[in-house]
Structure formats: structure tokens, C-alpha cells
Design a protein around this ligand. Structure first.
Ligand SMILES: Nc1ncnc2c1ncn2[C@@H]1O[C@H](COP(=O)(O)OP(=O)(O)OP(=O)(O)O)[C@@H](O)[C@H]1O
Length: 251
């Protein structure tokens, strides 16, 4: 269970980016965070991974408060959090399987990581994850040769080999064509269920959030204005959230 309690964050004095944000997510749940540009979605995601600090409040993963974690505990915690990025963050000149194996780096000494030393079991797992995301035939291809949708599927496989409890996706489909976006969203939904993950995705595509997410969190001006099952997202809520009529997005 992921629990966020009374989270506050300001980058600058008297300009709160987040105010008193509280929500919880059960394992096996795909959550979309929606809201206008500048609402605070990325700030929430970065807080969850502790990439940004000096906020108030609590973030608990299975009961452990990560805000009071020491360095070793934080390293262990970060292993449990996979990241999926809008621009994939792959090493383009390396092969697909090498990129997936990079997800194991958090478990290795720096030296083993530098020399790319992976066990047979890790290589077999990387292959089986590539099969899961439909890319087993691309294992030895360079990432630079893949389409955007394929790259994102490599990014997802790389996060899964970490054996995460949580996957954080920052605009995972923003750079994709509509068909690839659907494939990636369906994959995230299926994997969340299969691995009993907590998947949290920042999204601008409201129709995608409603179609694929189980839970939707709506953020407006740093405040939480909606936290319900996806099918309860109404036109009224959207008007409040975005200060304008964008209900055609739901069609
Ligand atoms: N590094 C930073 N320094 C100062 N202010 C920041 C910083 N990062 C974000 N902010 C401010 O915090 C607020 C929330 O930004 P955030 O990036 O979390 O919003 P967002 O909902 O993710 O926006 P978008 O949808 O455009 O990515 C905004 O007012 C933004 O200008």
C-alpha cells in the first residue's frame, strides 16, 4: 500500500507547488494523475521517488515512512520504485536487452555495473520480460533502431526487472502516436494486475486515463480536487479541474 499524507512542497517561499496532498493506492491499482499544466503532477511523482525533498508530510510504502529513511534505506526503497519516462531514458547505442538489464544496476556494486556483469538468471529474466512486452525478437537490436512505442516497452521491461512494488510513469504516452499510446496503456494496465503493482502515471490524455486507469487523482493549483474510481470522473469535475470546458476530451 502506498500512502501519501498531508504532503506540502514549495520550490519558492510563498509559492506552494503542493498543499496538503493525501491519497492512498492499493497494490494492483493503476492510478492516473491528471490536471492542468503546472498543477503539481510531476512534483508529486518526484516526491514519491524522493528526487525532491524538504517537503512536509509522510510517504509510506507498506507502512515504512520514506521521508525519515537513512541513505541505505532510501537506496533499498528506490529499488522498489521503477521509473518510466516520456523520453524513455534509454541508452540508444546499446541493445534492447542491455537496456533492460540496466534495471538491475540498483542491486549491483558500482564495479559490476560498470563492467556490465549480469548473471545468467538476470539475462533469462530480461528475455522473458521482453517476451512479455512483445519484443523478444528485438533483444539484440540497438535501441536507436526502435520506434517510440517499442522504446517505451523496453523502458517498461527495464522497470520490471527491478522487481518494483511501484512504477512511476511521467507522461508515458506523451511522445507516442495514438495506436502506440493505447498499446502502452494496455500493457501498463495488464502488468499492474499481473504483478500486483502500484502504477502511478501522470497523464494529459483524459480519455486514456478514464479508459485504462482504475483510480484517478485530479490536481489543480497544487491541491487535490478528485480522488475516485476512474468511472466517477464527470464532466463537472473536469470543468472544475481545468477551469474550462474540455469535456470533448472524454469522447
Ligand atoms: N524546479 C523548480 N523550481 C521552481 N519551481 C518549480 C520547479 N519545478 C516545478 N516548479 C513549479 O511548481 C509548480 C508545479 O509544477 P509541476 O511540474 O509539478 O506541474 P505539472 O502538473 O507536472 O505540470 P506539466 O503538466 O506542465 O508537466 C509549477 O508552478 C511550477 O512552475
Amino acid at each position: 500500500m502506498l500512502e501519501v499524507k498531508n504532503l506540502d512542497k514549495s520550490y519558492q517561499k510563498d509559492h506552494p507547488a503542493l498543499t496538503n496532498i493525501s491519497f492512498s493506492v492499493k497494490p494492483g491499482t493503476f492510478v492516473a494523475i491528471i490536471g492542468p499544466s503546472g498543477a503539481g503532477k510531476t512534483t508529486i511523482l518526484r516526491s514519491l521517488n524522493q528526487l525532491i525533498k524538504d517537503d512536509n508530510g509522510e510517504i509510506l510504502l507498506d507502512g515504512s515512512n520514506i521521508r525519515s529513511a537513512n541513505k541505505a534505506q532510501l537506496r533499498k526503497y528506490r529499488r522498489q520504485i521503477g521509473m518510466v519516462f516520456q523520453n524513455y531514458n534509454l541508452i540508444e547505442r546499446l541493445t534492447v536487452i542491455e537496456n533492460v538489464l540496466h534495471g538491475r544496476l540498483g542491486y549491483k556494486s558500482t564495479l559490476a555495473g560498470v563492467f556490465g556483469r549480469y548473471t545468467q538468471a538476470e539475462k533469462e529474466e530480461a528475455m522473458s520480460l521482453l517476451k512479455k512486452v512483445g519484443l523478444e525478437d528485438f533483444a539484440l537490436q540497438r535501441c536507436s533502431e526502435l520506434s517510440g512505442g517499442q522504446k517505451q516497452r523496453v523502458g517498461i521491461a527495464r522497470s520490471l526487472i527491478q522487481h518494483p512494488k511501484v512504477i512511476l510513469c511521467d507522461e508515458p504516452i506523451a511522445s507516442l502516436d495514438p495506436a502506440s499510446a493505447q498499446t502502452v496503456m494496455q500493457l501498463l494496465k495488464d502488468l499492474t494486475e499481473e504483478y500486483n503493482l502500484i502504477c502511478v502515471a501522470n497523464l494529459h490524455q483524459i480519455n486514456m486515463a478514464k479508459k485504462y486507469a482504475d483510480q484517478i487523482i485530479g490536481i489543480r493549483k497544487g491541491q487535490l480536487v478528485f480522488d475516485e474510481a476512474a468511472d466517477l470522473l464527470s464532466e463537472d469535475i473536469l470543468r472544475t479541474l481545468y477551469d474550462q470546458d474540455i469535456t470533448k476530451e472524454l469522447e
